[in-house]
Design a protein around this ligand. Structure first.
Ligand SMILES: C[S@@+](CC[C@H](N)C(=O)[O-])C[C@H]1O[C@@H](n2cnc3c(N)ncnc32)[C@H](O)[C@@H]1O
Length: 275
């Protein structure tokens, strides 16, 4: 049996590793900003740029909104949206070391009043019905075995009129994926479905106005840019390699091949719970 999804993503003292990388990058830890942390706390191939784009693709978010970040990782996107929209964001993630580090980073940035993070599972969201004005899961579903349970849970905790946004690698052709990839070393813990299946499953959960956007070219460009830096030995001290380690480049190379060969289809989805 492969390792658990949580152990795949992080083990040990993640906060300490991030602090050391921040120091190596010459950041002043007493005056840290959301942007300073961005190269490392958006745990996602396209990093901060993808989070900013996701924010631009969301329906309007008012300052009195409460958002849910499903699979929040270190909480970088939650802190960015909390600051950008001036709203409250609750994050939940399976991986304890990410949540623990994320809570400390939130404290370091003085955003505790706006952002809270906890350990939990997307398939059984531990919140009251109709709590949130919007929810998003940025590059999480690749590890979620029971999509109907996740979508039903998200639907339940959203207020009528609330939105759900996903970014994910969908399954493409029936071709086998090259591994390792960022979300799995060898295919264990990996549950990809096609964008068409995602749309159907969202409809079955009750979501409406489902808009799916192909983001494959953006991902190819980002992986290639990272590989070009790595090939020149020019990766900056602060980056996802701090979390993912020496397999970062192999995972990026395989991700490029998977997209080029049509085995994966990165996409973004925005839909609503009817108002
Ligand atoms: C690629 S990281 C993305 C983190 C974050 N969304 C971001 O953009 O920075 C994927 C995250 O999904 C989390 N995850 C995977 N399956 C999950 C589940 N069933 N419930 C909650 N979190 C999950 C992992 O622990 C990991 O932190």
């Amino acid at each position: 049996m492969g390792i658990t999804v949580a152990d795949h993503w992080a083990q040990g003292d993640v906060y300490q590793r991030i602090l050391e990388a921040l120091e190596a990058a010459g950041k002043d830890l007493t005056a840290l900003t959301v942007e300073d942390l961005a190269p490392v706390d958006h745990v996602h191939a396209r990093g901060f740029a993808a989070t900013v784009e996701l924010g631009d693709a969301l329906p309007p978010v008012a300052p009195d909104s409460h958002l849910l970040d499903v699979g929040c990782g270190l909480g970088g996107p939650a802190r960015y949206f909390g600051q950008h929209f001036g709203c409250r964001v609750s994050g939940i993630d399976l991986t304890g070391p990410f949540v623990e580090a994320g809570q400390r980073l939130t404290g370091l940035l003085g955003l505790d009043d706006r952002v809270d993070l906890r350990v939990g599972d997307a398939q059984e969201l531990p919140y009251e019905d109709e709590t949130f004005d919007g929810a998003y899961a940025q590059h999480v579903t690749m590890n979620v075995p029971d999509r109907p349970a996740f979508f039903a849970s998200a639907f339940r905790v959203l207020r009528p009129g609330g939105f759900l946004a996903l970014t994910e690698h969908g399954r493409g052709s029936s071709r086998e994926l090259h591994h390792p990839v960022p979300w799995s070393e060898d295919g264990s813990g990996e549950y990809l479905v096609t964008p068409e299946q995602t749309r159907e499953l969202l409809q079955e959960a009750g979501f409406v106005d489902i808009a799916v956007t192909d983001t494959g070219q953006d991902y190819l460009a980002a992986y290639r840019a990272m590989l070009s830096l790595a090939d020149r030995g020019a990766l900056p001290p602060l980056g996802l390699h701090v979390l993912i380690g020496p397999s970062t480049t192999a995972k990026a190379r395989n991700s490029v091949r998977n997209i080029e060969e049509g085995a994966t289809r990165p996409n973004r989805v925005v839909c609503h719970k009817q108002g």
